[in-house]
Design a protein around this ligand. Structure first.
Ligand code: CO8
Length: 257
């Protein structure tokens, strides 16, 4: 058994979380849930960290929630513990999060990837919501986030048949932001994270919040939220710096304030 269910490191201004349960294809148990959420919150509380990359290994990002941990639970145990509701804390992280996905991203693994802000994958990545084969349905957002990402018809295909979708199909469907060689997935995610890290931290957070508002509200309300956030950014030194740097044809140096 892996001693540490996740491994973390900081590279420049990027926090990396690596799920580390290779013997179970990174199946997500409660220990991983708590470790991932705590690591992401710790990165967020470090003002030097600008973005988070979450990844697995080359065989599996995560092959789902841990079936063996759940199999014998009763309805009342699942209900009373509100099983896996703790992942909602992960979705409340305000820093941009990128999933670097190789191998299997099934069930809760696909759902964890979809909790992040963008997914980088390779042709060999296998996405799926195979819960139907286990006599259950997606429970960490698959029926909701997958439908929003790829549309009803394709989400129904995935959720009702339990089939897998490779990286190319996932990119065509809009689930994957960038499709790259399988052996380049993590490096590409890190490059994107480092690019984000060169921006202003409060502006990056505002941008993430604005895009996410599109999933929670009407167009007119969303446009108002966006416009008000745009106005508010004029209180930042970084807005003055960014626009002045443009006028003076130099690269902006943001100070995160
Ligand atoms: N849970 C527990 N153990 C797993 C899981 C899993 N999801 N996936 C793989 N493993 C284990 C296997 O049991 C095996 O362990 P052991 O060596 O002790 O037998 C080891 O990982 C290696 O797996 P395989 O031998 O099966 O590897 P293969 O390469 O033959 O097959 C597959 C790979 C196709 C990925 C296969 O392992 C598989 O089908 N896994 C299960 C996929 C799945 O059904 N995922 C969905 C799980 S349910 C879910 O995610 C619900 C999320 C919502 C929960 C929220 C509740 C509110």
């Amino acid at each position: 058994m892996s001693e540490h269910v996740i491994l973390t490191e900081i590279v420049g201004r990027v926090g990396v979380i690596r799920v580390n349960r290779p013997e179970a294809l990174n199946a997500l148990n409660l220990a991983i849930l708590h470790a991932v959420v705590e690591a992401a919150e710790a990165f967020q509380n470090d003002p030097n960290i600008m973005a988070i990359v979450i990844t697995g290994n080359e065989k599996a990002f995560a092959a789902g929630a841990d079936i063996k941990e759940m199999a014998d639970k009763s309805y009342i145990e699942m209900h009373q513990s509100d099983w896996f509701s703790g992942w909602s804390r992960f979705t409340e992280i305000r820093l941009p999060m990128i999933a670097a996905v190789n191998g299997y991203a099934l069930g809760g693994g696909c759902e964890l990837a979809m909790m992040t802000d963008m997914i980088i994958a390779g042709p060999g990545t296998k996405f799926g919501q195979p819960e139907i084969n286990l006599g259950v349905i997606p429970g960490m957002g698959g029926s909701q986030r997958l439908t929003r990402a790829i549309g009803k018809s394709k989400a129904m295909d995935m959720v009702l048949t339990g089939r897998m979708m490779d990286g190319e199909e996932a990119e065509r469907a809009g689930l994957v932001a960038r499709l790259v060689d399988d052996n380049n997935v993590f490096d590409t995610a890190m490059e994107i994270a480092q690019t984000i890290a060169s921006k202003s931290r409060p502006v990056v957070m505002a941008a993430k919040e604005a895009v996410n508002t599109a999933f929670e509200t009407s167009l007119s309300q969303g446009l108002l939220v966006e416009r008000r956030a745009f106005h508010a950014l004029f209180a930042l030194e970084d807005q003055k710096e960014g626009m002045e740097a443009f006028s003076n044809k130099r690269k902006a140096e943001f100070k995160d304030r």
